[in-house]
Design a protein around this ligand. Structure first.
Ligand SMILES: Nc1ncnc2c1ncn2[C@@H]1O[C@H](COP(=O)(O)OP(=O)(O)OP(=O)(O)O)[C@@H](O)[C@H]1O
Length: 367
C-alpha cells in the first residue's frame, strides 16, 4: 500500500536467527517485510505467536540488525543511521526493564534525565504524560504496587517522555483483563488525538485490531499475508454470511424448495456470491440456505422481499458479519484463536510490563 507521506518505508526486511541449540536449523523469523506506513496512522501488526511481529518491530526500531533488506524510519536508514532513528521514535517493548521500586513520577523523571532534558522541561513533560495517561492518583506510588493496566500506562508514559512522533508498542495489552484493555485503548487513542502521533503496535487480539486500527497487517510465518483496513479485509477476504430459513409449508416440498432455491441462487449470484448458494439444508420446520455475499445488509432485505412476493414464508433470517478470524482462516486454513490458545498466561494477569528502551540499552541489544 503506497502512500505519499510515508514515515516508514521497509523493503524486503528479513531476519534469520541461528538455531537455538546444537544442530538446530536457523529460524526465519521475518521473511520479507515490505511496507510503507503513513505518518499519523494507527497500524496493527496482527498475527499468532511466533509470526514475526516483535522481530519486525525490533528491526524497525533498530534493536535488531536485519539479515537482509532495508528500511527508513522518519527518513533515516535503520542500519546506517540508527541514532537518528532512535532520536525520533518511542518503543514500548514486551520485556520489563523498569525499576519496580521507583515511584511513578521519579521513574518518569529518570527517563527524562536519560534523554537529557533540563529540569523544567522534564517536569513539564512528566506532568503532561501523567495527565495524558491519567496517572495522577498513582504518581507517588511504587511501580510494583500498581495493577497490570496501570503499569502498562506507566510504560506508555515513559515512551512519551522523549515526545516521539512515532511510537511502537509491542503487545501493549497482552495479559490484561478486558476492562483494563479497554481502558488502555482509550488512552492510546487519546494520545493519538492529542499529539497526532503515528502508532504502530502488535497484537494477537483480533478484536483490538478490528476495532481500533486503521490498517491491519496480517502476519504469518514471517510474511505479511494481508494488508488493508479491517473492513476491507473482511469484505474482500471473508464476506458476510446470510442464513435464511424458509418454511416447508407445502405438500410438495420439492416444489417449494426448488422455487425458494432458485430465487436465493439468483440473488446470491447477482450479489457476487460464488459458492453453491442454491443448496438448502432441511431443518425441523423448513429449509435453511446459507449464502456468502458482500454487503449482506443490502442483500438481505431484497432476498426477503422476493421470497415473500413468491409466496414463501421466511421463518428466520440472520446476517453474520465476518471477523478478522474468518479472514485469517480463509488465508491460512487456521484459526488465529486456536493458534493463540494458551498464549496468555492467566497466572500473569498483570501482563508483561515493559519500558522504553534507552539508547544504551538499544546499543547493547543490537545483533
Ligand atoms: N533471539 C532469537 N533467537 C532465535 N529465535 C528467535 C529469537 N527471537 C525470536 N525468535 C523466533 O522467531 C520467530 C518469530 O518471533 P517473534 O517474537 O517475532 O514473533 P511474534 O509474532 O512477535 O510472537 P509473540 O506474539 O509470541 O510475541 C519465532 O519462531 C521465535 O521463536
Amino acid at each position: 500500500m503506497a502512500t505519499t507521506e510515508a514515515i516508514i518505508e521497509a523493503r524486503g526486511l528479513r531476519k534469520e536467527f541461528p538455531g537455538r541449540g546444537r544442530g538446530k536449523p536457523p529460524v526465519l523469523a521475518v521473511e520479507d517485510l515490505t511496507v510503507d506506513i503513513e505518518a499519523g496512522s494507527l497500524t496493527a501488526f496482527l498475527g499468532p505467536n511466533g509470526a514475526g511481529k516483535s522481530t519486525s518491530l525490533r528491526m524497525l526500531t533498530t534493536l535488531l540488525a536485519p539479515s537482509a533488506g532495508s528500511a527508513t524510519v522518519c527518513g533515516y536508514d535503520i542500519v546506517t543511521e540508527p541514532a537518528a532513528v532512535r532520536a525520533r521514535i518511542g518503543y514500548i517493548g514486551q520485556k520489563n526493564g523498569a525499576s519496580q521500586y521507583q515511584r511513578v513520577r521519579d521513574e518518569l523523571m529518570s527517563q527524562a534525565a536519560i534523554y537529557g532534558l533540563r529540569r523544567v522541561e522534564a517536569r513539564q513533560r512528566v506532568d503532561e504524560a501523567i495527565d495524558a495517561l491519567e496517572l495522577g492518583e498513582v504518581a507517588g506510588q511504587q511501580t510494583m504496587k500498581l495493577s497490570g493496566g496501570q503499569r502498562r500506562r506507566v510504560d506508555i508514559a515513559l515512551g512519551l517522555i522523549p515526545a516521539p512522533g512515532l511510537l511502537f508498542l509491542d503487545e501493549p495489552s497482552t495479559g490484561l483483563d478486558p476492562q483494563s484493555r479497554a481502558n488502555l485503548w482509550e488512552h492510546i487513542l487519546n494520545l493519538r488525538q492529542r499529539y497526532g502521533m503515528t502508532l504502530i503496535l502488535t497484537t494477537h487480539y483480533l478484536d483490538e485490531a478490528d476495532q481500533f486500527a486503521e490498517r491491519v497487517l496480517v502476519i504469518d510465518h514471517g510474511k505479511v499475508i494481508a494488508d488493508n483496513t479491517a473492513r476491507a479485509l473482511k469484505t474482500e477476504l471473508a464476506g458476510d454470511r446470510l442464513t435464511v430459513t424458509v418454511e416447508d409449508d407445502s405438500d410438495s416440498t420439492a416444489d417449494v424448495r426448488a422455487g425458494a432455491a432458485a430465487i436465493i441462487s439468483r440473488i446470491a449470484a447477482e450479489a457476487g456470491a460464488t459458492d453453491d448458494s442454491g443448496t438448502g439444508t432441511p431443518t425441523a420446520d423448513g429449509v435453511r440456505y446459507v449464502i456468502a455475499v458482500d454487503q449482506g445488509d443490502r442483500v438481505l432485505p431484497r432476498l426477503l422481499r422476493e421470497l415473500d412476493a413468491a409466496g414463501h414464508t421466511v421463518i428466520a433470517a440472520e446476517l453474520d458479519r465476518p471477523t478478522l478470524d474468518d479472514v485469517f482462516l480463509n488465508l491460512t486454513g487456521r484459526s488465529l484463536r486456536e493458534d493463540n490458545r494458551g498464549a496468555d498466561d492467566p497466572a500473569s494477569t498483570n501482563g508483561p510490563a515493559s519500558t522504553p528502551v534507552t539508547e544504551s540499552q538499544m546499543a547493547g541489544a543490537q545483533r
